[in-house]
Design a protein around this ligand. Structure first.
Ligand SMILES: N[C@@H]1[C@@H](O)[C@H](O)[C@@H](COP(=O)(O)O)O[C@@H]1O
Length: 242
């Protein structure tokens, strides 16, 4: 795992965006695995700015998002599809038909997950997977568990994740209790993984990911087995690493 240490969130965002931009420049038809949350927002802003300056062409790019709340349709402002449309897809020249997010409006979990897996398999998985990390070490919505879940699956969100994500809802009661998430396999099949982390709240999860045992109780720790991972993290997020 290569570690790029940055002074703060802004510098982290610039470094993450630069790697994604380089990926698109080198391979215009790149398949990108994308993440939601506060962490990638700055990088998305940088990518939008680069596009507006004429430096980045998304016309051949396709994207596959990690996860979606079960029960939310794409026109719900709390959905991850809405988040991606708002912060990235509507701001660049990407073909919206080439942007993919698990279908939260499909309440048939088995069907929703199987069809997302078929899509990922048909795509041959992604060239670059962008990840944030949950305070409890989750990636996507792969929560701490007794085993690593391989395929796309429906998860019951942990109390700590509901609490952490409630800042984006009116109250914790409004946070959906379940989500569909890409499994560990599709994440590990990405040719390159870029993990972004910022702030002291992520420090323990970052330490466990980089230096702890490879264990499903910290899902991000599986990334120690991936041959091409770049962690871009600020001083605060790296503060517990040796
Ligand atoms: N499912 C998402 C993850 O993909 C994200 O990495 C994590 C951290 O979010 P944030 O970047 O807002 O801290 O939260 C959510 O639960």
């Amino acid at each position: 795992m290569r570690i790029i240490r940055t002074a703060n969130y802004e510098e982290m965002s610039v470094r993450v965006a630069a790697i994604i931009a380089a990926q698109i420049t080198l391979k215009p038809a790149s398949k990108l695995g994308l993440a939601t949350g506060s962490t990638p927002l700055g990088a998305y802003r940088e990518l939008v700015a680069a596009h507006r300056e004429g430096a980045l062409d998304f016309s051949q790019v396709s994207t596959y998002n990690l996860d979606e709340y079960r029960g939310l349709s794409g026109d719900d402002p709390q959905s991850y599809r809405y988040f991606m449309d708002e912060h990235l897809f509507s701001q660049v020249n990407i073909d919206r038909a080439q942007t993919h997010v698990p279908d939260g409006s499909n309440l048939d979990a088995a069907e929703a997950c199987a069809s997302y897996d078929r899509l990922l398999e048909a795509a041959g998985y992604v060239d670059l997977q962008l990840l944030g990390i949950g305070n409890n070490g989750h990636i996507g919505f792969n929560e701490p568990d007794d085993c690593f879940a391989t395929g796309t699956h429906c998860v019951d969100l942990t109390e700590s994740t509901i609490e952490a994500n409630s800042r984006l809802f009116e109250s914790p009661d409004d946070v959906p209790r379940q989500a569909y998430t890409m499994g560990i396999q599709a994440i590990m099949f990405a040719r390159r993984v870029v993990v972004a982390a910022s702030g002291t709240k992520k420090a323990e999860a970052v330490r466990a990911m980089c230096e702890g045992l490879v264990t499903p109780s910290c899902p991000a720790s599986i990334l120690q087995l991936h041959p091409d991972v770049i962690l871009i993290a600020d001083e605060e997020a790296l503060s517990l690493c040796h």
